[in-house]
Design a protein around this ligand. Sequence first.
Ligand SMILES: *[C@@H]1O[C@H](CO)[C@@H](O)[C@H](O)[C@H]1NC(C)=O
Length: 217
Amino acid sequence: MKQFNQILFLIVIVVPTVIAVKGVDLSASFNNFSCIKNAGYQFAIVRGYMSYGAADTVGLQNLRNAKAAGLIGDAYFFPCKGKKTASAQVSEFESVFTSEYGTVWIDVEYNPSTGCGWSTSDYSGNCQFLQDIVRELGNRGRLVGIYASQYQWSTIMGSASSCAYFTSKPLWYAHYDNSPSFSDYSKYSFGGWSTPSIKQYQGDTTLCNVGVDLNFY
Ligand SMILES: *[C@@H]1O[C@H](CO)[C@@H](O)[C@H](O)[C@H]1NC(C)=O
């Protein structure tokens, strides 16, 4: 009984510290990830594919720098719907990033680049295009997740509940309440996911002299 109580005690004190893993995502060229690590962050998500339709070689260098500093390295993929097929974009990304990252997160948000915007009327086409990107990466054996917010998903897919075809993939959602906690998710859910995997809780801030967003899981 004494041992049992000690085990319970350990579980109670260990779990809250273990689950709060914080990280950054960024697009600017950067080479001081040890500063970010020393500030208490453990992962970096670099830009892998740019909104106008090209792989990001600066992002690859960022990924290598982040991993060399001891951070976990993922990439995000901002697809361009309109200029190139899903297959062509994934091929371009693959030829630059190969298998150097952990998970590639597909960025589902307003795309301002000319000729690359999500359709404002063809929601099923937007959903199909996202499925194509995910399938192409899956065919290459990559780990794929989805990044979006409830607002962006609703705007691009037609409603919060639409296009619920990715619930077997991890969700990285954005809600800038400055709170590294998932407790808000039930109010900001979308796409059929009941549980998120990562939250982007603060956007457009500066850490170690570089522009980043802050995330947690
Ligand atoms: C990295 O950041 C640390 C902490 O801010 C700073 O002391 C150091 O000079 C920086 N290194 C480079 C190469 O910028």
